[in-house]
Design a protein around this ligand. Structure first.
Ligand code: FES
Length: 160
């Protein structure tokens, strides 16, 4: 009897090692991805105050078209960098803009024209609608005030 001249090629000696290596690399990549997925929210949570401060500090001026000016006796909520701001157009035609973050615990304040006040609903903080000074409630300081300048086409709001 003669043996067949065609034989199957022998498997390379290092095949099991290659599979093991491939499995290790795959598991390592999966572990790294899982770790990154867990770490990213923690990083964002810890980095957010710093990023907010940096972003808020970076913006020194915004402008809106005059056509977006709120009607007299009303307010327009804006974003000044990362912070909410409130542009109030008073009935006498004057414009004032405040940082809309309550100085107590950071809730966003609202303009209440019927009550002639700026109100924080979180703990009933009350601010003067013309100056932003504290009128009642727990806020320790007045609202931040922005400089407002109306030009022909725009309303420019900038840090004081
Ligand atoms: S957060 Fe505004 S009164 Fe407390």
């Amino acid at each position: 009897m003669s043996e067949s001249s065609t034989t199957l090629p022998a498997a390379p000696l290092d095949e099991p090692s290659t599979r093991r290596t491939l499995l290790r690399v795959g598991l390592g990549a999966a572990a790294a991805g899982y770790g990154a997925a867990l770490a990213y929210p923690v990083y964002r949570y810890l980095a957010t105050p710093v990023e907010r401060a940096a972003e808020a500090g970076a913006v020194t001026q915004i402008s809106i078209p005059k056509t977006d000016e709120p009607p007299a006796g009303s307010a327009l909520m804006l974003q000044f960098g990362a912070r909410p701001a409130m542009l109030i157009h008073h009935a006498d035609g004057s414009l004032v803009c405040f940082d809309a973050v309550c100085t107590h615990l950071g809730c966003t304040v609202q303009f209440e024209p019927d009550q002639k006040r700026i109100f924080c609903a979180c703990h009933s903080g009350v601010y003067d609608m013309r100056t932003g000074q504290v009128v009642g409630g727990p806020p320790p300081r007045s609202l931040g005030v922005y400089h407002v300048e109306a030009t022909d086409g725009d309303i420019i709001i900038s840090r004081v």
